[in-house]
Write a protein that binds this ligand. Structure first.
Ligand SMILES: Cc1ncc(COP(=O)(O)O)c(C=O)c1O
Length: 427
């Protein structure tokens, strides 16, 4: 069966809304390498959107999941719990930034974690309003779609939208949007649309993922913390893309020293098994009544066992430190490209192994080059690379390599990337 044949079969039976970036069908994957059904090899700089931080099919994750699967695969955390979930909650509450006593809940997807944060914040505050940021991405379910700050493709055709959600600008230095503008917009919102004592939560990504890898300035996080403390608002950090060593720390909020009230976790948590969590201050987490949170599969024992192995690997292999080494290697190459193509490369951004390059036309940052980005994605597979795009304007390439990538595979991948980008930029 070829990639093309499978793509035709897929298009006949899977709705176009669940589209795929590459018509490349995976046969096997190992750490940072992926092989398709035709035997072609790719270096994976996307890790299934920041999921396989510990690489594909890490032997320790495979062994942990297999052993758990053989013992039992499901009993339902809400019916007969198991030690793996308790141990994982103990470890995650210890690892989450800040010194407050914390508790956890487990669900299955990132969007579900975000939804539960809003439920918990509303139960705790007895308020309705939620504030999110332009360009933020929080999921595709009805409530999280409402929080997501980008219309196409996430909201288009899907209204009406959930009520009581407000958006304010997210600072983007490259586009002249500063922290002060975000704070002025918040103050205006409190005058124009909703009183602060009617706001349950403010949700922010410490580094916008889908939005384009723009880091939240520490002064913004500090100001949000003060504002939330002043008005009794719950501060939620959405660490779904930034967590588990990706940015050079276990969680990206640790860069700022700010402790959020609730944190969402998913993606890198369990090496590819569907698992997500909310970790937060105990008194807030305990606001909903028993039975108000959870779900049939939330905190699957197989996923929890895999997650415990993931945490061991991150610690034992110093993957936070490794994220910085990998990020630096990318930054050196991408910065050289920026110097060679100053009219087309608007900015290189990097926090640990969350790395991005933004493209523009005519040396003007306000002329985003989404077409160029698409052209690169269109050629990546032929160059043996899996690359992802992102960005409020669709003009950003983002790199999310496994933190376990071997040094020689990383260099090979960077060489391929260099050839690809130079060929497109010089054209
Ligand atoms: C920051 C952030 N929040 C929420 C989500 C939604 O997670 P999921 O796709 O697992 O529902 C994502 C997914 O990309 C994300 O990056």
């Amino acid at each position: 069966m070829t990639n093309q044949q499978l793509q035709q079969r897929k298009q006949a039976v899977i709705a176009r809304g669940q589209g795929n970036l590459y018509p490349v069908y995976v046969q096997q994957a190992k750490n940072a390498e992926v092989w398709d059904v035709e035997g072609n090899r790719y270096i994976d700089f996307g890790t299934g959107i920041a999921v396989c931080n510990t690489g594909h099919a890490h032997p320790k994750v495979v062994a942990a999941a297999q052993a758990q699967l053989a013992r039992f695969s499901h009993s339902c955390l809400m019916i007969n719990p198991y030690a793996e979930a308790v141990e994982l909650a103990e470890r995650l509450t210890r690892l989450a930034p800040g010194s407050s006593a914390k508790k956890a809940i487990f669900v299955s997807t990132g969007a579900e974690a975000v939804e539960n944060c809003i439920k918990i914040a509303r139960a705790h505050t007895r308020r309705r309003g939620v504030i999110a940021f332009n360009g933020g991405f929080h999921g595709r379910t009805n409530l999280t779609m409402g929080l997501t700050g980008k219309v196409a493709p996430y909201k288009h055709l899907f209204g009406p939208f959930p009520a009581d959600i407000y958006h304010v600008p997210f600072p983007m230095a490259a586009h002249g949007i500063r922290t002060e503008q975000a704070l002025v917009a918040l103050r205006n919102l409190f005058k124009v649309a909703i009183a602060p004592d009617d706001v349950a939560a403010i949700i922010i990504e410490p580094v916008q993922g889908e939005g384009g890898f723009y880091p939240a300035p520490p002064e913004l996080l500090k100001a949000l913390r003060q504002l939330c403390d002043q008005h009794g608002i719950v501060l939620i950090a959405d660490e779904i893309q930034t967590g588990f060593g990706r940015t050079g720390k276990m969680f990206a909020m640790a860069h700022s020293g700010i402790e959020p009230d609730l944190i969402t976790m998913a993606k890198g948590i369990a090496g590819g098994l569907p698992l997500a969590a909310v970790i937060g201050k105990s008194e807030i987490m305990d606001a909903p009544l028993p039975g108000g949170l959870g779900g049939t599969y939330g905190g699957s024992p197989v996923a929890c066992a895999a997650a415990l192995a993931v945490l061991d690997i991150i610690e034992q292999d110093n993957l936070c430190q490794q994220a910085n080494v990998i990020g630096e290697a990318f930054a050196v190459r991408l910065t050289a490209l920026q110097q060679d193509f100053p009219q087309r490369v608007a900015e290189v951004r990097q926090l640990g192994a969350m790395i991005a390059i933004e493209f523009m036309q005519n040396g003007d940052k306000e002329q985003p080059d989404a077409a160029l980005t698409q052209q690169i994605i269109g050629k990546a597979a032929a160059h043996g690379l899996i690359l992802l795009s992102c960005g409020f304007y669709g003009n950003v390439l983002r790199f999310l390599p496994p933190l376990t990538i071997e040094a020689d595979v990383l260099q090979q991948g960077l060489d391929k990337l260099d050839v690809l980008l130079r060929s497109v930029l010089a054209a």
